[in-house]
Ligand binder design. Structure first.
Ligand SMILES: [Zn+2]
Length: 279
């Protein structure tokens, strides 16, 4: 797809290209038009900068997720702690209810005992005795339940304390991580802005047609690489081998050569070296 486009740019010179050519006259050592070698140097320079921007964005893209994970964990732990505290309160209110019940039962017993002193026959006396006995049994049962619940409360209190300590610990981790990540984000944003400025400067040297070809190839490439070096006779993008004649064509800098397999623009060691020394 981009093959024909990028190949023709070497020969054709539109108005925009002519303007670029004039602007680049000093760079091209007085020549009227930019040589293919210079075009490749600019393109590869742009590629190197764009790859750095990509790396920053990928790195930063993962950082908020880490914080999000921690925030989710802390929120989950807080929910659990809240539930445990509620369960504890319920157990404590159970104890209070039973204690009130005991108080009521004791009051009833007192009332029945007072009534017993005023009864007129044995039948009434026995009936009150049965009531008193029943209330005493109720008290015993309530006391047994209170004892059991208090044991549950003691156990629950330990779980609540553990849970609260864990929340505190994770919250501390979260605060620490958040600050760390905020710093990293601030720092990478600074780097990214500087790189984007550099990329815009380089793009200003490149003719529009070549630039759009570069962007199209880059957009189609999974790794965002549109310009790749020849490495040990293979394409640095798809790693397919490049025929010797094609390697010679790439080194001759007579026209832009793209990989027959992946369509990426290929550059040789000379171009790579020029970009490296210019960094
Ligand atoms: Zn390739």
């Amino acid at each position: 797809m981009a093959k024909t486009d990028v190949k023709t740019t070497a020969k054709s010179e539109g108005t925009a290209a002519a303007k670029n050519g004039a602007a680049r006259a000093t760079h091209a050592a007085g020549k009227a038009e930019i040589t293919v070698a210079e075009k490749l140097v600019d393109l590869y320079r742009m590629q190197v900068i764009d790859a750095q921007v990509d790396r920053i964005r990928t790195q930063r893209g993962e950082l908020p997720l880490e914080v999000q994970d921690l925030e989710d964990e802390v929120a989950g732990l807080n929910t659990r702690l809240g539930k445990l505290e509620e369960e504890l309160k319920e157990l404590e209110s159970n104890v209070a209810d039973r204690q009130n019940m005991i108080k009521d039962a004791k009051a009833s017993i007192k009332k029945y005992e007072a009534q017993q002193s005023k009864v007129r026959n044995n039948r009434e006396y026995d009936s009150l005795s049965k009531e008193i006995e029943f209330q005493n049994l109720e008290i015993q049962l309530a006391e047994k339940r209170i004892k059991e619940t208090k044991a549950q409360i003691d156990a629950k209190k330990l779980v609540v304390a553990d849970s609260a300590a864990l929340v505190k610990e994770r919250q501390k981790d979260l605060d620490h991580k958040k600050k760390e990540l905020d710093d990293i984000i601030a720092e990478t944003e600074k780097d990214e802005k500087a790189l984007l400025k550099k990329a815009a400067e380089v793009a200003g040297h490149v003719e529009e047609r070549l630039l759009s070809a570069y962007r199209r190839i880059r957009g189609n490439a999974r790794n965002g690489l549109a310009v790749v070096p020849v490495e040990r006779g293979s394409c640095g993008g798809c790693f397919n081998s490049i025929p010797p004649q094609r390697q010679l064509d790439i080194s001759s800098h007579k026209k832009l050569i793209v990989c027959e397999h992946c369509g990426r623009i290929l550059v040789d060691d000379y171009v790579v070296g020029r970009v490296k020394e210019g960094q």
